[in-house]
Write a protein that binds this ligand. Structure first.
Ligand code: CMP
Length: 138
């Protein structure tokens, strides 16, 4: 079993589709073993996305990610990282495959409803950034 880290982003929480997204996650045999709804501070969002700090979209990304609640999650399943990336679809919903979360729900390349880790190494780092081990229940 592997773990990945997920964020249901402000565009989705604002439209009250957390449950619709969780339904897709669970239908694809990923188990939500930790979950909390939080409001990101600017510092926390900047730290999380520090890899993008030199990108032209960085400021807009931080403004967006702090504009409303997010739901941070730990997902468990076989090949969790790859599986969740497949279920999410491409970053830009215009390029996302039919049936993916982003094709169904994302608004545009920034307001793309969900984040998922891109590797197991980053999943571990991202999970630790938001969760204590005691909050993760298998
Ligand atoms: P995410 O997978 O969380 O990783 C970085 C985020 O930056 C991305 O999803 C989008 O929300 C946002 N973003 C905004 N513009 C772009 C862009 N041009 N390319 C990639 N990501 C973008």
């Amino acid at each position: 079993m592997d773990r990945t880290f997920s964020i249901i982003k402000p565009d989705a929480t604002k439209r009250n589709i957390t449950g619709a997204i969780n339904k897709i996650i669970e239908e694809n045999d990923l188990v939500i073993i930790a979950q909390k709804r939080i409001k990101l501070s600017t510092d926390k969002a900047e730290g999380f996305y520090s890899i993008h700090k030199d990108k032209p979209f960085f400021r807009d990304l931080i403004d967006y990610m702090t504009s409303g609640p997010v739901v941070v999650q730990v997902l468990e399943g076989s090949n969790a990282v790859e599986k969740y990336r497949k279920i999410m679809g491409s970053t830009n919903p215009a390029n996302a495959e039919e049936g993916t979360i982003r094709k169904l729900h994302a608004l545009n390349i920034q307001e793309n409803s969900v984040h998922g880790s891109d590797s197991s190494e980053n999943a571990e780092i991202e999970i630790k950034y938001f969760f204590d081990e005691i909050e993760i229940v298998c």
